[in-house]
Design a binder for this molecule. Structure first.
Ligand SMILES: Cc1cc2nc3c(=O)[nH]c(=O)nc-3n(C[C@H](O)[C@H](O)[C@H](O)COP(=O)(O)O)c2cc1C
Ligand SMILES: [Mn+2]
Length: 474
C-alpha cells in the first residue's frame, strides 16, 4: 500500500494511541482550535489532534475531518523518518538529496484523490474546515497546502508551503515570498505575459510533507526528494483542469487546482506568522480555482503557523543545511540545533568537540550566509547540551566575553517577516561561547560516575511520593 496520511495515522495510533486525540465535540474554526493547541503547548504536550465536527467559516458543520499538530513533535517527526531527536535534521537533508527517486504516474481512475471531482458551481473552499488561526487573520487559510508549480523552461516541479487566504469560495490570495522558487517561476511567467497554473495538495504522509520542504536548488524536483525520504516513488496523476502534463500527488487527501493571475495584486493578510508576530498585509496575486478533487472521507490538514507545528520542521530543515556546510570547513562540529525559542529559524546552536583556535568563529561566519532567516549563531563545547536551553544560557553566561567573542555584521539579507528588520536588511552575528583553545578553563560541577550510578532516587523517595511533589518552572 502506498504511504499516505491515513496509513500513517492508523499505524501511529496503533503504536502510540496516547499521542492521538480525537475530538468529537463541535468546535469552531475561528481561533478556537489554535487556542486549544496553545493550551496544550503550555503544558508541553504536542499530540496529533483530529477534529470530527468543525464549524466552518460559513457557520455550518464541515463534512471533512481536520488533522492538525501532526508535525508539532520533533520526536514524532524523527520517528516517522526512522531517525532520532538529535540527528533528525542531518539525516533528513542527507536522505532527501542523496536517495532521490523519480515519481510514477497512475491514471486518474486509480488515484484515491480523484474519488470526488468538483468543477464549476460545485467548487466551494468554505466546505473545508480551514482555520482562522489568530485574532487579526482576515479569514480561513491554507497552511498545509503544498503549492505546486512547474518551471516553464525545464518542466521541473516545485512544491512548497505557501499560505493562501480563501477569500471567496473559489478565490485564493497566495503569498510567495521574494526568495522562493515559486516566486521566481511566477516572475518568469509574468514577464512572458502569461498566467500560472497551480495546484495545492493537502494531506499526505508526514514524511511526504516534510520532504516537500527540503531546501533544494532551482530547478530541482521536490517530488523526487519526497520519493527519497518516503523510500518509495511518489505516485502522481494528471490534473483535471491544468493539462495532462500537470501532475499532482495521487495519494493526497485534497487537490485544489487553479490559475494564479499575474495581473492584479490584492491585499492579503495580516497573518499571524512563524515569527510568533503578526505579519503585515501584503499586495499579492489571486488564484481562480478551476477544480477541487478529494477522497470521499477526506482529511483536511492544517499546520498551526507560529507554533511548534510550523516551527519544528523548519528548524530541522535548516539544521541539515547548516551541518553539511559548516562541517566541511570546521571538522570538529558535532551537533546543530535550531531551537523553538528562536522560531527555529533565527537562532542556531553549534556544538564542537575540542575546536581549534578560530574554528568556532569561522563556523559563525559560514553559517550566517546559509539562509536569509539565520540571524544569530551561538557556539559551544561538547559539555554544553545544546538541546537544553538552560545549559545553553549557562554557556553564554560563563563562557563568553563580549568584547572579543561577539561578531556583528550589518546590512545583510533578512526576512521581511522579522518585525525588527527595516527594509529588507538585517544585522546578523554570533557569540563564541567555546572555551579558549589550549588554555586551562574551569570544569563543570560533576559527581563521580560511580556515586552517580549508585544513588537512585527511588531508593530514598518512593515513586508515588515523588509524583506528589509540585513541579516548578525555573
Ligand atoms: C507552515 C509554513 C507556511 C509557510 N508559508 C509560506 C508562505 O505563505 N509564503 C512563502 O513564500 N513561504 C512560506 N513558507 C516557507 C516556504 O515553504 C519555504 O521557504 C520553502 O522552502 C520554499 O520552497 P522553495 O525552496 O522551493 O522555494 C512556509 C513554510 C511553512 C513551514
Ligand atoms: Mn524548490
Amino acid at each position: 500500500m502506498p504511504k499516505d496520511l491515513r496509513s500513517y495515522l492508523a499505524e501511529y495510533e496503533k503504536s502510540q494511541s496516547d499521542q492521538v486525540i480525537h475530538v468529537e465535540k463541535e468546535i469552531g474554526c475561528i481561533q478556537e482550535i489554535t487556542a486549544l493547541a496553545m493550551k496544550l503547548e503550555a503544558l508541553q504536550k504536542y499530540p496529533v489532534l483530529v477534529f470530527h465536527n468543525v464549524r466552518t467559516i460559513s457557520g455550518r458543520r464541515s463534512p471533512f475531518r481536520l488533522v492538525t499538530n501532526l508535525l508539532a513533535s520533533r520526536t514524532r517527526c524523527a520517528q516517522a523518518m526512522g531517525s532520532t531527536y538529535q540527528d533528525v535534521g542531518i539525516d533528513y537533508y542527507r536522505q532527501a538529496r542523496q536517495e532521490k527517486r523519480p515519481p510514477v504516474t497512475i491514471a486518474g481512475s486509480q488515484a484515491p484523490v480523484k474519488e470526488v471531482v468538483k468543477k464549476g458551481p460545485e467548487i466551494d473552499l468554505h466546505q473545508f474546515p480551514a482555520l482562522v488561526h489568530h485574532y487579526m487573520d482576515p479569514g480561513p487559510y491554507f497552511t498545509a497546502g503544498f503549492f505546486t508549480t512547474y518551471d516553464p523552461d525545464s518542466g521541473i516541479d516545485n512544491s512548497a508551503l505557501h499560505r493562501g487566504w480563501m477569500v471567496e469560495k473559489d478565490r485564493i490570495r497566495c503569498y510567495l515570498t521574494p526568495f522562493s522558487h515559486a516566486r521566481s517561476t511566477f516572475d518568469k511567467i509574468e514577464a512572458a505575459g502569461q498566467d500560472m497554473r497551480v495546484a495545492y495538495w493537502v494531506g499526505h504522509h508526514p514524511v511526504a510533507c516534510l520532504a516537500a520542504q527540503t531546501r533544494l536548488g532551482f530547478p530541482e524536483s521536490h517530488f523526487e526528494a519526497m520519493g527519497g525520504l518516503l523510500g518509495e516513488p511518489l505516485r502522481l496523476t494528471p490534473s483535471e483542469t491544468l493539462g495532462e502534463d500537470f501532475l499532482v500527488p495521487a495519494d493526497a487527501e485534497v487537490i485544489v487546482e487553479g490559475i494564479l493571475r499575474t495581473k492584479g495584486r490584492y491585499p492579503e493578510g495580516p497573518f499571524g506568522e512563524y515569527t510568533g508576530n503578526i505579519g503585515p498585509q501584503i499586495p499579492n496575486p489571486q488564484l481562480e480555482v478551476t477544480a477541487i478533487t478529494h477522497r470521499k472521507d477526506a482529511y483536511w490538514h492544517d499546520i498551526l503557523v507560529g507554533h511548534a507545528d510550523n516551527q519544528v520542521m523548519g528548524g530541522f530543515a535548516l539544521e541539515g543545511v547548516v551541518y553539511e556546510a559548516v562541517k566541511q570547513r570546521c571538522p570538529n562540529l558535532q551537533a546543530v540545533y535550531l531551537p523553538l525559542s528562536g522560531t527555529c529559524r533565527f537562532h542556531v546552536y553549534l556544538q564542537f568537540h575540542n575546536p581549534r583556535p578560530g574554528e568556532a568563529r569561522e563556523a559563525i561566519l559560514t553559517a550566517l550566509g546559509l539562509d536569509y532567516r539565520i540571524k544569530h549563531i551561538f557556539t559551544f563545547d561538547s559539555d554544553i547540551d545544546i538541546f537544553d536551553e538552560r545549559d545553553v544560557l549557562l554557556g553564554v553566561a560563563t563562557r563568553s566575553q563580549w568584547h572579543k567573542d561577539v561578531i556583528v555584521c550589518a546590512d545583510l539579507r533578512g526576512s521581511e517577516l522579522d518585525p525588527s528588520v527595516t527594509g529588507a536588511l538585517t544585522a546578523k552575528g554570533g557569540i563564541d561561547c567555546t572555551k579558549p583553545a589550549g588554555e586551562g578553563y574551569a570544569e563543570r560541577n560533576k559527581i563521580d560516575e560511580s556515586i552517580w550510578e549508585e544513588v537512585q532516587v527511588e531508593d530514598f523517595i518512593p515513586q508515588e511520593r515523588l509524583a506528589r511533589i509540585a513541579t516548578e518552572r525555573m
